[in-house]
Ligand binder design. Structure first.
Ligand code: SME
Length: 160
């Protein structure tokens, strides 16, 4: 395994995703420990994009429970249908929030968080966890993030 991530400088967002996705896939493929993989995915995304917060919430006994992440401390448990994460879990689809203040029931773990994307990860057709990415800038996520993060979470889900 490579010890460092290659991230092209002054690259577009698409170019960065194109460069890092194969590296992250190589990092997690063949490693059976889920938490090790979630930790490395969080670290790689943080390093590549300097997201304010990036990490996982895992479905455990009908709640989402905080898993590996990079960023400030965060809420530990989220119920089904609550916040952006609980809504993505309930609806089984990605949710893009350009302005968290306009999302009904948004859970503010940090007042610095301004926009957010949450991508579910499926195992056997059910949501097993969600990837949550927060930005301290408004409207920081778009269809490009959705496409590549869904692709990455698809790879992760296929290994569960
Ligand atoms: N904002 C999320 C909660 C998790 S933190 O952002 C890390 C939500 O509304 O579900």
């Amino acid at each position: 395994m490579s010890e460092s991530l290659y991230i092209p400088e002054s690259a577009t967002k698409v170019e960065k995703y194109e460069a890092i996705l194969p590296q992250i896939e190589a990092l997690i493929t063949g490693e059976p420990d889920l938490y090790a993989n979630l930790a490395n995915i969080s670290a790689a995304l943080k390093e590549a994009f300097d997201f304010f917060w990036v990490g996982f919430y895992l479905v455990k006994e009908n709640q989402l429970v905080l898993g590996p992440f990079q960023g400030p401390i965060a809420c530990t448990r989220i119920s089904l249908g609550k916040g952006v994460c609980g809504t993505a879990w309930q609806e089984g689809k990605t949710i893009l929030v350009p302005d968290v203040d306009t999302f009904p029931g948004h859970i503010a773990c940090s007042s610095a968080s301004k926009s957010e994307i949450v991508v579910p990860v499926f195992k056997g057709g059910l949501v097993a966890m969600v990837l949550d990415v927060d930005s301290d800038q408004l409207d920081d996520f778009d269809e490009v993030d959705q496409e590549y993060l869904e692709k990455l979470m698809g790879v992760l889900g296929s290994q569960l």
